[in-house]
Design a protein around this ligand. Structure first.
Ligand code: ZN
Length: 252
């Protein structure tokens, strides 16, 4: 019996999946059930990992299946609980490129309708853009979310709340909020620098940020999707100001 089990393990390791390469990921505890994983391979990107009482949920699928696998291995070092859901918080590759891995291990891949639509219609273009901007980034076939949810949704009995408020960095990026920890995962929407605005709706962006402010969420920490991860709630205003200055520059 034992021998067969080993054989099975060997087959599982040597199987048809070629995502065994290592990926450069760091992984730190933020507070309570929240961890932040950071990529140092393609571009500094931060993903929030929620380790619940029974399972694990991840905000963003990571860049590639290889990186997703590396993140799963890092999570294994802090908990044996299953990773049951991954949220594609944006159609951009750093948030959905790892879908194939998560699908293969049986995790739900969750997205709101607009993110799902954009993946379907623009993935190839986004994949190509990532290959131009980040040398070595692979060609990845589209792997769609497995579950399309309403624009406002909650997971883990309300411990995780996702919401789409309007166009920002792309027409289909969402926020993920952890009310118990008062942490807002802003993905590519908020960050310490303006970043790439190629796909941004510059008219709608500030309006969407105002909608966020009007929700009056209790926010202690904002996790930015790129560069340094941990910020105070003032990042919302700061990013709004950067957008405004950028708009003024354009008109001079
Ligand atoms: Zn981004």
């Amino acid at each position: 019996m034992k021998r067969y089990r080993y054989l099975g393990m060997l087959l599982a390791i040597a199987g048809p999946v070629s995502w065994a390469g290592s990926a450069n990921i760091s992984f730190h505890r933020l507070s309570g059930p929240l961890y932040v994983a950071t990529d140092a391979e393609y571009f500094p990107t931060n993903w929030v990992v929620y380790v619940g009482a029974k399972d694990v949920v991840i905000g963003g699928a990571t860049w590639t299946p290889t990186m997703a696998r590396a993140l799963a291995a890092r999570i294994r070092r802090v908990t044996p609980l299953p990773i049951t859901a991954v949220i594609d918080i944006s159609p951009d590759p750093e948030w959905s490129g790892g879908n194939a891995y998560w699908k293969q291990v049986g995790a739900k891949i969750i997205a709101v309708g607009i993110t799902n639509e954009l993946l379907k219609n623009t993935w190839q273009e986004r994949n190509q853009r990532a290959r131009t901007n980040h040398p070595g980034y692979p060609i990845l076939p589209l792997v769609m979310p497995t579950e399309v949810v309403a624009d406002q949704f909650s997971l883990e009995r309300g411990a995780i709340r996702g919401f789409y408020l309007g166009p920002t960095h792309t027409p289909g990026d969402i926020f993920v909020y952890f009310p118990q920890e008062q942490v807002l995962d802003a993905g590519s929407i908020l960050k310490p620098h303006l970043g790439n605005l190629a796909d941004a709706d510059l008219r709608a962006y500030p309006k969407t940020l105002r909608k966020l402010q009007q929700m009056h969420l209790k926010i202690r920490t904002v996790i930015a999707g790129h560069w340094s991860a941990v910020h105070g709630p003032d990042l919302i205003q700061r990013y709004g100001r950067m957008l405004k200055e950028h708009a003024q520059d354009d008109h001079e």
